[in-house]
Design a protein around this ligand. Structure first.
Ligand code: ATP
Ligand code: MG
Length: 338
């Protein structure tokens, strides 16, 4: 069924051990909940260090969550034993920013690609060589690619190899972590188109991680906005882009360069005016909203109370500006004329 939930992340918490002597663990992901339906692209966007890759790694089973729940294909996979991880990894793949680091430079592309098929054994193993050739053709790589080594390919071509390799096991979900961020604009557009075409043909879902909101909006049906390990806002990609509710999403959009220098000047001035102490002194409150120290609309309760997730239209926002009544708290009441 097209709308069936494929991945369900509920109240996910992930911690890294503290670095200093007796220092407390660092909570990189703090109570994150979202879903991905079959065949859907969900974009995960936020500044550097907001916890995007950590969420990706937890979903991939590379990190043990400190709390919450991860459900994949209807099964609880929060804490995976080896057998579960093996099963899940057949349906879950990842493409990273730098495919070069995940491709063995001393191994031909053909060899690298055949490996996951051989591990599966049986029918996959028998037709492995033919399958690799057809996958490489599917991602638009030259016929002789199987005999060549990764260093002889361009960045865009290496990303195509990574895509072809992730397809070899017929995944249901591919996590693209900054998969196109290192590519030049033309190559980026080509790889994005390829990702879109493959999804239409094969029906898998993407978790598309990036720090660039326009790109995320372009490729996704729904967008999740993350800040310091917490979700600020999520909803249909167009709605989040065209009518962002959370001051943080609005700030992310204001940071996107626009071609018109006059508009850009106004935005820059506005940004300077609203850049409330963004230095290291601006520590987010232990309770409350992590964006409080930077928020131009901050209120006293933002420092002490964690905002609840409030539905506003099709969007869900975690911000005290939005009351529980589905109506922005700051909308002025209608003027009563005599
Ligand atoms: N192995 C680790 N040990 C300790 N802290 C870590 C580790 N990996 C990440 N962190 C911290 O966790 C937070 C989230 O990191 P993460 O890599 O998930 O961010 P990100 O949103 O993917 O950032 P970027 O856009 O730069 O890739 C950051 O503050 C980071 O410093
Ligand atoms: Mg990252």
């Amino acid at each position: 069924m097209e709308t069936e939930t494929l991945l369900k992340v509920e109240d996910l918490r992930v911690e890294y051990p503290g670095t200093g002597w007796r220092s407390a663990p660092f909570r990189a992901v703090d109570g994150v909940s979202f879903e991905i339906r079959r065949g859907e692209t969900v974009g995960l966007v936020g500044e550097s260090g907001s916890g995007k890759s950590t969420i990706g790694r937890a979903v991939l089973g590379l990190l043990e969550p400190a709390g919450g729940r991860i459900e994949f294909g209807g099964h609880d996979v929060t804490h995976r034993d080896r057998a579960t991880q093996r099963q899940v990894s057949r349906r879950l793949q990842a493409i990273f920013q730098d495919p070069y680091s995940s491709l063995n430079p001393a191994r031909t592309v053909g060899r690298t690609m055949v490996e996951p098929l051989e591990v599966q054994g049986g029918a996959a193993r028998a037709g492995a060589v033919e399958k690799v050739a057809s996958l490489l053709a599917d991602v638009g790589l030259p016929e002789d690619s199987t005999d060549r080594y990764p260093p002889s390919f361009s960045g865009g071509q290496r990303q195509r190899i990574a895509i072809a390799r992730s397809l070899s096991i017929s995944p249901q979900l591919i996590i693209c972590d900054e998969a196109v961020s290192a590519l030049d604009l033309v190559t980026r557009a080509q790889v994005l188109n390829l990702l879109g075409d493959l999804q239409r043909e094969r029906g898998f879902a993407y978790l598309f991680i990036a720090h660039d909101l326009p790109i995320v909006t372009y490729v996704s049906q729904r967008t999740v906005v993350l800040y310091r390990g917490r979700i600020m806002e999520q909803g249909p990609a167009r709605a989040v882009h065209e009518s962002p509710l959370h001051p943080y999403t609005q700030m992310l959009l204001a940071a996107v360069p626009v071609p018109d220098p006059a508009v850009q000047r106004v935005r820059r001035a506005r940004r300077r005016a609203t850049a409330v102490s963004t230095g290291t002194a601006a520590q987010p409150p232990a309770e409350g909203c992590p964006f409080a120290p930077r928020c131009p609309k901050v209120m006293s309760r933002c420092w002490t109370q964690r905002p609840e997730a409030v539905p506003v239209g099709e969007q869900v926002v975690e911000c005290h500006l939005f009351g529980p009544s589905n109506r922005p708290a700051w909308v002025p009441s209608p003027v009563v004329r005599p």
